[in-house]
Design a protein around this ligand. Structure first.
Ligand code: ATR
Length: 276
């Protein structure tokens, strides 16, 4: 029988996930369908019960449900629990198990462009919201040695670092400190909304000097190249936008559901085509 998967969010109409997953199912000859479900916040519990009743094989979770979903699941993976958010649910013999592939997906995408292992790299994360949390905790869980977090609201960066149970050397920085010290980092990861369409001139850092071989990664994908990435490219950095993170979080969910690794390049092409 055809297996059913999906993504829940609100709004969800513009989600690229159905295109990406349905193409991957077809490419691998898997008899499955992935559907976008718009679920209002107060209907979340009922929706999860319904998914269980009809035997949905798995689903992704996006805004605004990533935190609230946790109370309706049977089990939550340790890293997702630490991050405090779930973006992927697997139905294992009727039990719904929550995972977070945002952070791991991001790190896999970073590894795909980094020539060297991340462990000894000096990393700066800009921003201390949900995406930053997923990325920081995942890096810490992997044993990455040193990651600093800069944020407009310094306390939020300090809180994020303080709530991490994995051992890691980390410092909370003001945006000015990040500005003064950005040349010290091998990898700069931009997770704030600064530079997102339509505010495309905004940037969290005025890049003046980058470390030799630095990678600058921005999780924004609209526009494809934020002002920060444009400046980073002009300074000779290796740059990466948020399309890879999106694709890899999806690929990791796909692997959890099907035990098969999809063609990531093909997924990426679908996303790029759909973004126009
Ligand atoms: P996400 O879940 O995508 O990470 P979020 O949780 O809303 O989004 O976090 C947004 C991040 O962008 C935060 O780090 C926020 O900084 P504050 O903690 O100080 O709010 C940052 N951000 C948003 N607008 C910003 C701005 N105009 N200048 C600097 N940082 C900004």
């Amino acid at each position: 029988m055809k297996q059913l998967y999906g993504v829940i969010g609100n709004p969800i109409g513009h989600s690229l996930s159905p295109h990406m997953h349905n193409d991957a199912f077809a490419a691998l000859g898997i008899d499955a369908h992935y559907h976008a479900f718009a679920i209002e916040e107060e209907k979340l519990g009922d929706a999860v019960k319904g998914f269980k009743a009809i035997g949905l094989s798995g689903f992704n979770v996006t805004t605004p449900h990533k935190v609230n979903i946790m109370q309706y699941l049977d089990e939550i993976d340790e890293l997702a629990r630490q991050i405090g958010a779930v973006n992927t649910v697997v139905n294992r013999d009727g039990k719904l198990i929550g995972y977070n592939t945002d952070g791991i997906g991001y790190v896999r995408s970073l590894q795909s462009i980094s020539k060297e292992p991340l462990h000894q790299k000096r990393i700066l994360i800009i921003g201390a919201g949900g995406a930053s949390r997923a990325i920081f905790f995942t890096l810490a869980s992997m044993g990455v040695a040193a990651v600093d977090i800069a944020n407009r609201t310094l306390e939020k960066a300090a809180e994020l670092i303080g709530s991490c149970r994995y051992s890691i050397q980390a410092e909370a920085l003001t945006m000015q400190q990040a500005q003064d010290r950005h040349h010290e980092y091998d990898i700069i990861i931009q997770t704030t909304t600064l530079g997102m369409y339509p505010h495309v001139q905004d940037t969290p850092l005025q890049l003046q000097q980058l470390k030799e071989g630095a990678i600058v990664s921005d999780i924004i994908y609209n526009p494809r190249q934020t002002a920060l990435l444009q400046a980073a490219q002009q300074h000779g950095a290796v740059i990466q936008n948020g399309i890879d993170m999106f694709v890899y979080q999806g690929a990791m969910a796909f692997e959890m559901w099907t035990s098969q690794w999809p063609d990531v390049e093909r997924m990426k092409q679908i996303v790029i085509t759909k973004l126009g």
